[in-house]
Design a protein around this ligand. Structure first.
Ligand code: 2AM
Ligand code: CA
Ligand code: CA
Ligand code: CA
Length: 266
């Protein structure tokens, strides 16, 4: 599979940052951990990885703007292009020595996501997608799972921290989904959750209170693997609402319906 020049720039940045994360993994005592908000930790590992990605992308495509989790907005002269970067998705896992974390890099052109890279350095799994060009894990083409009955499905989710807005309603959603599926998984990296849906490892995924850097690359990954992604109303406002629902066409629709159900009696 030949990668485009721009995807190569993104892959190089992700792999270089991945080497930095791998060096820091297990060194939590040296990482100056602090809390940004309820349950939201940041460490030197996040900041170093972000530094590397910023430098690599700015070198590869000078002038593009950035939206990065730790630095925030970095303006660029080029108003057509924007990088959306999460240097370490799954910081909580990382700091606990759980090897489920990733780097997520997306490129927007005129407001449309055109390329995405998600990399899990601990498992050396590299997910790439380009608009119209399909999604890949390492060199293997990805396709979402084909299951069509929720009862057969493994569904990923993110459990919102107590301080996050929709915490109360989440328990209702979880109970409703639990009652209809074969299993629930909570990986702790929204970018990897979406990559796993693209790879057909999980049949679907939903979470709320996410930020653009958590989902930008993953949205393209799932769509390029033939899947469907929306906000909780079936619209395309994932960045503004922070909510995301993903799966193949049938499971995506079924999840949207289940998530709207009121509390069910037991
Ligand atoms: P992070 O590790 O980059 O912060 C897990 O449910 C997902 O939610 C991850 O993508 C994680 O990204 C993000 N996340 C974790 N804690 C969060 C918080 N307190 N507020 C918002 N997002 C959070
Ligand atoms: Ca964070
Ligand atoms: Ca994140
Ligand atoms: Ca992060």
């Amino acid at each position: 599979m030949a990668r485009s020049a721009i995807l190569n720039v993104m892959v190089q940045a992700a792999m270089k940052a991945g080497r930095s994360l791998s060096r820091d993994f297990g060194e939590v005592q040296n990482l100056q951990v602090s809390m940004k908000g309820p349950g939201d930790y940041v460490s030197q590992a996040d900041r170093k990885a972000e530094e590397i990605i910023h430098a690599e992308l700015a070198k590869g495509r000078p002038g593009y703007a950035f939206l990065m989790e730790e630095r925030g907005v970095v303006a660029g002269e080029d108003d057509q292009h924007r990088w959306i970067v999460d240097p370490l998705d799954g910081t909580t896992n990382f700091l606990h020595g759980i090897p489920i974390f990733s780097i997520s890099i997306a490129l927007e052109r005129q407001g449309q996501i055109v390329a995405g890279v998600i990399y899990n350095p601990a498992m050396d799994e590299l997910y790439t997608a380009e608009r119209g060009g399909g999604a890949f894990m390492n060199d293997r083409r990805l396709r979402v799972a084909g299951r069509t009955k929720l009862t057969d499905c493994v569904i990923g989710t993110g459990v919102p921290h107590l301080g996050r807005g929709h915490h109360g309603n989440y328990l209702v959603e979880l109970r409703n989904v639990m009652g209809e599926v074969s299993g629930i998984r909570r990986l702790g990296s929204a970018a990897l959750d979406l990559a796993y849906v693209a790879a057909g490892r999980m049949d679907g995924f939903w979470e709320e209170s996410l930020s653009p850097w958590d989902v930008a690359a993953g949205i393209l990954m799932v769509r390029e693997a033939g899947g469907f992604v929306s906000d909780k109303n079936g619209g395309n406002d994932m960045f503004d609402t922070g909510a995301i629902v993903a799966g193949n066409e049938t499971i995506h629709r079924a999840l949207l319906k289940t998530l709207k159900k009121p509390v069910t009696a037991r």
